[in-house]
Write a protein that binds this ligand. Structure first.
Ligand SMILES: Nc1ncnc2c1ncn2[C@@H]1O[C@H](COP(=O)(O)OP(=O)(O)O)[C@@H](O)[C@H]1O
Ligand SMILES: [Mg+2]
Length: 282
């Protein structure tokens, strides 16, 4: 690869050596019980993610990306290994620590908004459920989050009245409502048309640059990975595991013009070849 990217294999916990880990995964793996046997979904994998990094999980379907993201989010307990958030174990005696979980916000491919609530009520819901903030504060916080994702004027609409792109913006606003340090996003733009996806990629970059959040985003789009990531974590299939970590050195903010450059296209091609190679091996 040229000076823009470089790959490291997963022989050890790999991460940005200069910065302390916000998320440390040590030999994290998952095996599901299926029928009268078990099936590995993710072989033990290690990774260190620094505060403020933009990490992209890339790999073919079924290689364990969502499983790993759900384990990091506290929704699914690892079968083996340890997940530490800011130096403390996320799981303790089979339970996820609620204080650490509240530092993590989740966004799925399907925005999963409640259809009977307005946009604003959906965004406010996590704050309402916690009940720690007075009503006025919850309302202004929800409005501020909607403004941050470019959806300021749709607060009173119902989810079915807005576009798919807007629904994803609302899902991001909801995830941000309780001010988590980390946004975990599972193929958030996969169901959108190409133009909406481009806009949301640009907006997500702006959000990340302005808020300093740590983002872990799952995709199987190589161009999306190169456009957004500081580092791309490549998964290999059959059964899945982290194969390697690739640094993306393009300066920020990245523009759509970059995507037409030979350097960008070369990196996408390189990823394509790597993935094809990994799939051929499985
Ligand atoms: N709840 C589950 N029970 C059994 N197998 C599962 C479960 N969730 C995921 N798997 C399996 O684990 C593997 C990895 O799945 P997943 O993490 O969803 O992959 P990806 O997100 O990379 O497409 C797949 O073979 C999938 O069928
Ligand atoms: Mg998935």
């Amino acid at each position: 690869m040229t000076g823009i990217g470089g790959a490291r294999s997963n022989s050890a916990v790999s991460g940005s050596s200069e910065r302390p880990a916000l998320i440390a995964l040590t030999g994290v793996g998952k095996t599901f019980d299926v029928g009268d046997g078990t099936a590995p979904a993710l072989l033990p994998s290690s990774l260190s993610i620094a505060d403020g990094e933009f990490i992209v999980f890339l790999g073919p379907s079924g290689c364990g990306k969502s499983t790993l993201l759900r384990m990091i989010s506290g929704l699914l307990e690892p079968s083996v290994g340890a997940i530490d958030i800011a130096g403390s174990p996320l799981w303790f005696r089979g339970r996820c620590r609620a204080d650490l979980r509240s530092r993590l916000g989740l966004v799925f491919q399907d925005a999963s908004l409640f259809p009977w609530l307005t946009v604003e009520e959906n965004v406010r819901l996590p704050l309402d459920l916690r009940g720690r903030m007075p009503r006025g504060g919850r309302l202004s916080s929800a409005r501020a989050m909607l403004a941050q994702v470019g959806a300021a004027d749709i607060g009173t609409r119902m989810p079915h009245e807005i576009s798919g792109g807007m629904r994803q913006r609302v899902a991001i606003a909801r995830a941000l409502s309780y001010d988590p340090d980390v946004l975990l996003m599972d193929e958030p733009f996969a169901a959108l048309d190409a133009i909406s996806r481009e806009s949301l990629n640009l907006e997500l970059q702006t959000l990340w640059l302005t808020t300093g959040k740590t983002i872990v985003l799952v995709t199987h789009s190589m161009a999306e990975a190169v456009f957004l990531a500081d580092r791309i974590v490549l998964f290999s299939p059959g059964p899945g595991r982290i194969d390697s970590v690739i640094e993306v050195g393009f300066p920020r903010p990245r523009t759509l013009d970059l995507t037409y450059s030979p350097e960008f296209q070369g990196m996408v091609r390189d990823l394509h070849e790597r993935l094809a190679g990994l799939m051929g091996q499985s």
